[in-house]
Ligand binder design. Structure first.
Ligand code: C2E
Ligand code: CA
Ligand code: CA
Length: 699
């Protein structure tokens, strides 16, 4: 049934099917042929039903109504009985045929054909004999032949196959016509009229039967075609349904992917934008206010670098989980980027509401958690923006929250902040600075100043620290604190750091060449530079090109860098091997103890300025400084104290055995040209001191 029946094939099928489907169908290899012939045979069986009884019943009625025939009752009764039996057999076969399979069809169809042949022959013979016996009058003869012709004509609807129909006509009408002709020859009054009538019937039936069969087969073919189309449609519908289901699945998946952050399970960036937009639209009508919080995980990069990305992921998941736990049904949380989350908090009208909520989130987020076996207190910086005061559309509101968060980041004392318009100004300034810095680098607007470091005991110069400045064409000399962070955030620090290193080393080599006292030059290194794998090659290259001896170069690195980055430790070891000296800058501010630095190749410790500043007023700071100096000595490091601004500082530090001093008391950072002068003056002062001490000793 599923085999396709094309238009061309249909014509071909129609031709043979109308002719001989019963014989061909079961022997053909063609599926379409099988289909047509099987269906036709089944139809034949179904349509036959009890119609074969029509002829015996019709004859019975005629025989009962014609008592004149009773003289010939024996042959008539015998033939009649045979006719009834054959009709019964045919009905039985028809029923089997109605449910026959293709395989069983052919033998059944053959037997069915035989019964048709036999029944027709008996019927035709019986009618012919009756005419021959001449036991009835001419009108009855006419009625008999007419009724036979009409009943037989009705059978046309049963034959369904041309060959079957032809055989039926032949078997039925041949004996009848022969016997009728015999009767006519015996002198029957209307004998020849009857024969003529019979011939007209046969011709008419033959032609009509062919039409009936053709119409039937055409109908069958289009029915099969229709069924095929219906089943195709059904299977296509199933397939379509399958595709639709898959499509729905994919859509749901895509929705899930684009709407939810796969790592944390909270909303995605696009989802947040959508929610924010809806919220703003609703708030415009209702007049409700709400807050947007912008969260950035503190030290996320450090966690990733030291504990690995999995730990970073875990940290994000933990924070997201905690945030979700506090979220009310009207609120919404999403992950905007790597370590940035955003919260939409409804029903916030006042600054104090927002602050209370932020504090609640802070408290929950900061609960210590275990990351790779280490207990960590997750920390976030939060920027707050309120709708509609801080922004009345998606972009401005989110931007305001982000600016507030950035201002928190740039102020170590803050953990959260509400947006204020100055923050945008600051952000815009940062952008301007970045663009200007790129220009400054290419047009040589940066300068290096050098701040002398003196030996605590002799006062002689022992080194200089190179400090970068920006000679801005309009704004004058800009201090490093105003642009180093921007350089770090924009990646410009690599280029700038490289320039500083080359310039400082070139300068140191020049001083050496011009016969100055031998002193080292210290260069500040940003953590980002140290994390570059190529940094060691850069240093090696610069030393080679400038010809400076490695031990005259000191690199200043902040303690947090070496504490948190494995890569930084490796680079330090390699630099040390090269002969370059390493100093830990701003020591004492990063909570690490000296003992924790003992495995690092450190040559110097630079104590942070705050210790010296507070030393005179705080015994605690004084004691701390003393401890740091002592411990450093034990570990084989020398100590430089920064921020020496007055004589008292100098004297206290001398008493604490500090090795070197640096600060405005001796000199502010100077231009390179002024260093030889300072160096000479310091040397002279030192000599003077030694001489006077010598004089005192002699006295
Ligand atoms: P730092 O490394 O701690 O440098 C010392 C800073 O303290 C310098 O500020 C210096 O001028 C200042 N200073 C020195 N003596 C005194 C004193 O007695 N009292 C006070 N109040 N301040 C004193 P500067 O030059 O403004 O540099 C600030 C920071 O910028 C530096 O802090 C350093 O972290 C960074 N920096 C400077 N140059 C570079 C550089 O070339 N590369 C990198 N990555 N950072 C640099
Ligand atoms: Ca420094
Ligand atoms: Ca410092």
């Amino acid at each position: 049934m599923n085999s396709e029946i094309t238009a061309g094939k249909q014509k071909e099928l129609l031709n043979w099917a109308a002719e001989r489907w019963l014989a061909v169908g079961s022997t053909s290899e063609d599926m379409a042929v099988h289909t047509v012939s099987t269906r036709a045979a089944q139809d034949l069986g179904r349509r036959t039903g009890f119609i074969p009884l029509a002829a015996p019943l019709c004859m019975l009625a005629f025989l009962i109504a014609s008592p004149q025939l009773h003289t010939h009752w024996l042959p008539i009764a015998a033939l009649y009985l045979l006719m009834a039996v054959v009709a019964a057999i045919r009905i039985g076969l028809a029923q089997k045929l109605a449910g026959a399979t293709t395989e069983a069809m052919l033998p059944l169809a053959r037997r069915y054909q035989l019964t048709v042949d036999l029944a027709s022959f008996i019927w035709g013979s019986l009618t012919g004999l009756i005419l021959l016996f001449r036991g009835i009058d001419q009108v009855t003869e006419l009625v008999l032949v007419a009724s036979v012709a009409i009943t037989a004509g009705a059978f046309a609807c049963l034959t369904l196959e041309v060959s079957l129909w032809r055989r039926f006509l032949l078997a039925m009408w041949l004996p009848l016509i022969i016997l009728s002709a015999a009767a006519a020859m015996q002198g029957s009054e209307y004998g020849w009229l009857l024969v003529t009538l019979e011939l007209v019937f046969v011709t008419f039936a033959a032609v009509q039967g062919q039409h009936v069969v053709r119409d039937y087969v055409a109908g069958l073919l289009s029915r099969i075609d229709l069924e095929h189309a219906v089943s195709t449609i059904a299977s296509q519908r199933d397939e379509l349904q399958m595709h639709q289901t898959r499509l729905d699945e994919l859509l749901a998946q895509t929705h899930n992917l684009s709407y939810y952050d796969q790592l944390t399970g909270i909303g995605s960036r696009s989802h947040f934008y959508e929610r924010l937009e809806t919220n703003i639209a609703a708030s415009r009508i209702s007049g409700n206010q709400f807050a947007v919080l912008y969260l950035d995980v503190d030290g996320f990069k450090d966690i990733n670098d030291t504990l690995g990305h999995e730990a970073g992921d875990d940290l994000l998941k933990t924070i997201a989980y905690r945030v979700r736990a506090l979220l009310r049904t009207t609120d919404f949380a999403a992950r905007l980027g790597s370590d940035e989350l955003a919260l939409l908090i409804n029903g916030v009208t006042h600054n104090r509401d927002a602050l209370a909520i932020v504090q609640r989130y802070m408290k929950e987020i900061q609960v210590p958690t275990n990351l790779c076996g280490k207990l960590i207190c997750p920390r976030v910086s939060i920027g707050i923006a309120l709708y509609p005061v801080d922004g009345d559309n998606t972009f401005s509101l989110l931007k305001a929250a982000e600016s507030a968060m950035n201002s928190v980041k740039s102020n170590p004392k803050l953990q959260y902040a509400r947006y204020s318009p100055e923050m945008t100004v600051a952000a815009q300034q940062r952008l301007t600075i970045e663009q200007e810095m790129r220009l400054a680098l290419s047009t040589g607007q940066f300068r290096l100043h050098y701040q002398p470091q003196v030996e605590a005991v002799s006062g002689e110069i022992c080194g200089v620290e190179a400090l970068v400045r920006w000679q801005h064409p309009e704004r004058g000399l800009i201090p490093p604190n105003d642009f180093i962070t921007v350089a770090e955030n924009t990646g410009l620090i690599d280029e700038l750091g490289h320039w500083v290193l080359v310039t400082a080393c070139t300068q140191a080599a020049q001083w050496l060449d011009s016969g100055e006292n031998i002193f080292s030059v210290a260069v500040n290194i940003s953590p980002l530079q140290l994390l570059e794998r190529s940094f060691i090659d850069t240093v090696r290259g610069v030393l080679k090109s400038t010809g400076l001896s490695p031990h005259l170069l000191e690199l200043e690195i902040t303690e947090s860098t070496v504490q948190t980055h494995v890569q930084a430790r490796e680079t330090l070891a390699q630099l040390h091997e090269l002969g370059v000296r390493i100093a830990i800058d701003d020591f004492g501010t990063g909570y690490s103890s000296l003992a924790s630095l003992k495995d690092l190749p450190i040559d110097r410790v630079k104590t942070d300025r705050v210790f010296v500043t507070d030393m005179l007023s705080s015994d605690r700071d004084m004691a701390l400084l003393g401890n740091i100096i002592e411990m450093a000595h034990v570990l084989g490091c020398s100590v430089v104290a920064e921020g020496v601004e007055e004589l008292a500082h100098k004297e206290k530090l001398q008493s604490l055995n500090c090795d070197c001093l640096q600060g405005y008391y001796f000199s502010a950072p100077l231009e390179a040209a002024d260093i030889p002068e300072f160096s000479r003056a310091a040397a002279e002062r030192a000599e003077l001191c030694t001489n006077s001490e010598f004089a005192v000793d002699l006295a």
